[in-house]
Design a protein around this ligand. Structure first.
Ligand code: NVA
Length: 207
């Protein structure tokens, strides 16, 4: 069975502490998925719950989405190793971060195409390159600001929303900044791959 605790239905982090909530939930459930904003909060839940806690989305990471996307890529190409996956758009959001970590582990050629102001943190890029080296996955990680150069030769192209949950006030500025990174038919053709796969984590805002 599953119990859904919606945002308004508990005092977690407001009245009761996260640690106390974690201890109580850990006694009642076999596992806890947390979907919210703060990475520290999911970390604290996991420190105190005594049962598996996993991230269902935070501002920093979105690993469960990556599991689903990688299953799709594997289904399409029969492998992940050596697949060139290009993410264009906001290069330092939860999806870009988690795709980069996943790609490093699975031996993919992962490219971020993003404006310099939205490049991922250098520390995380270095950590991913180290993961690739330590597990000898063969992964290659690149970060470019030229979207057309980034998508060249892609097996799969990925993008995300203009601005993530909680950043809605930044949408007008982001649309301006990220328009050159929008996945249009012209961008798809720049891959040079007529069988290129396109992925989007949703939600997609069409207007
Ligand atoms: N970057 C997006 C992912 C949604 C699945 C967001 O955080 O809103």
């Amino acid at each position: 069975g599953v119990t859904y605790l919606e945002p308004g239905s508990s005092q977690m982090g407001k009245k009761e502490s996260i640690a106390d909530t974690a201890r109580v939930l850990g006694r009642m459930y076999d596992g806890i998925e947390y979907r919210g904003f703060s990475q520290d909060l999911v970390q604290e839940l996991s420190d105190y719950a005594g049962v598996p806690v996993w991230n269902g989305l935070t501002d920093q990471f979105h690993p469960t989405q990556v599991l689903a996307d990688f299953l799709t890529i594997q289904e399409e190409f029969g492998t992940l190793k050596g697949i060139k996956l290009v993410y264009v758009g906001d290069g330092r959001n939860n999806m870009a971060n988690s795709l980069m970590i996943g790609a490093a582990k699975m031996g993919m050629h992962f490219v971020i195409g993003s404006p310099k102001s939205l490049f991922p943190e250098d520390g995380l890029v270095a950590e991913c390159r180290k993961i690739a080296q330590d597990c000898q996955s063969g992964a290659v990680i690149e970060v470019l600001d030229d979207p057309k150069a980034a998508v060249k030769g892609a097996h799969a192209v990925y993008t995300d929303v203009w601005a993530s949950m909680g950043e809605e006030d930044q949408i007008p500025a982001r649309v301006k900044l990220l328009t050159p990174y929008k996945v249009t038919m012209e961008m798809v053709q720049k891959t040079g791959n007529p069988d290129v796969l396109f992925l989007h984590c949703l939600p997609a805002f069409h207007d």
